[in-house]
Write a protein that binds this ligand. Sequence first.
Ligand code: AMP
Ligand code: GLY
Length: 425
Amino acid sequence: MTDLTVLVVGSGGREHALALAIAADPGVAAVHVAPGNPGTWHSWPHHAIDATSGEAVAALATDIGADLVVIGPEAPLVAGVADAVRAAGIACFGPSGEAAQLEGSKQFAKDVMNAAGVPTAASFFCRTPDEVAAALDELGAPYVVKQDGLAAGKGVVVTTDRDEALAHAAACGDVVVEEYLDGPEVSLFVITDGTVGLPLQPAQDFKRVGDGDSGPNTGGMGAYTPLPWAPDCLVDAVMERVVMPTLEEMTRRGTPFAGLLYVGLALTSRGMRVVEYNARFGDPETQAILPLLESPLGQVLNAAATGTLAEIGPLSWRDESAVIVVAAAENYPGTPRMGGSIEGPRLYESADNVHIVHAGTALDGDTLIAAGGRVLGVVATAPTLTDARDDAYAALAELDFPTGFWRTDIAAKAAAGLIPPVTSL
Ligand code: AMP
Ligand code: GLY
């Protein structure tokens, strides 16, 4: 199908990256964003709606004559917004509310993985402090405690301090306590119509706030793709041992998963293990991956939304590397300092191999200001990872954002060849 009108729902960096890639598809006639952010408002018509209201999203999609709605963030998916859009007779890229429980509940995801025979960390579901204490002692340090429900990337504590683990559990309510996984992490995204899965290029995300992976977890401070240290068989192995069994198990349960299955993996010394599932494109990995995609994203997502993915061949990619570095507001992931001004080149348009995606920005008159934790991302593509990294950091140096900060080591080890190649999965 061509001449598509596509509505992208959400307001973060991921949605900005999705809108850019969808708009670049020659089969797409128009892109709308709702609610969007100052970066996307600059390029496409926008609509101020509550993205978590199925009624509001379905009504807007009907009004603007959307052929396809693409839902970016997890909250609307878990709230069943995709169901409401489909009920209005409009194709929607995004899983049903029930299928989005793969992300909405850590324990649901564990149940599915265990039923499907997917390799993952041993775990206990705990409802009381006594159950948490027993699980911590059974599994030993380092301790991993995960809030059961959605937590915007901040519900997980990994620590050797038993008291900190207990305190986090007490603050969360129901938790999953699980075995610690060593080894490098990989994010693999799969576009699926519930039956067929099309993998994207793997990426690596940097979850901790500080250089050298120090400090608390965040939503993600940067990412790069492809992964020079990962084995060639990685994608096939994940499709065979993780993705296909999971899709089959979801179908068996009567809640097929159609949309984006995000597989977070640890490549441990004992083999690969799933760390988590998400039910949507990852942020910020998406911002690095999509600029390298050559296939027409709007048409691919439309095929997934209409159950015709089998008609689309494997995705094709530019033979380059991409790096995104996130600029966050001072004090993130604690309460971020809002209102700081942002100036510099490329805030709305770029003529070279570097561009900026907006996430937590706002306009104060004509001035762009920080209005969230992760404020924006600088994305560079180049023939080598080293060049992409250098170009992203050179662009950050040109940014005038005194209340912002960023990690200085995104993709540094990989570019320097310091991540030992993984040879067995
Ligand atoms: P999650 O929300 O489950 O992705 O967890 C966020 C981050 O916490 C992951 O990307 C890992 O860096 C870390 N993490 C989660 N589970 C484990 C685990 N079992 N072992 C070690 N680190 C983990
Ligand atoms: N990059 C991690 C996430 O999107 O959850």
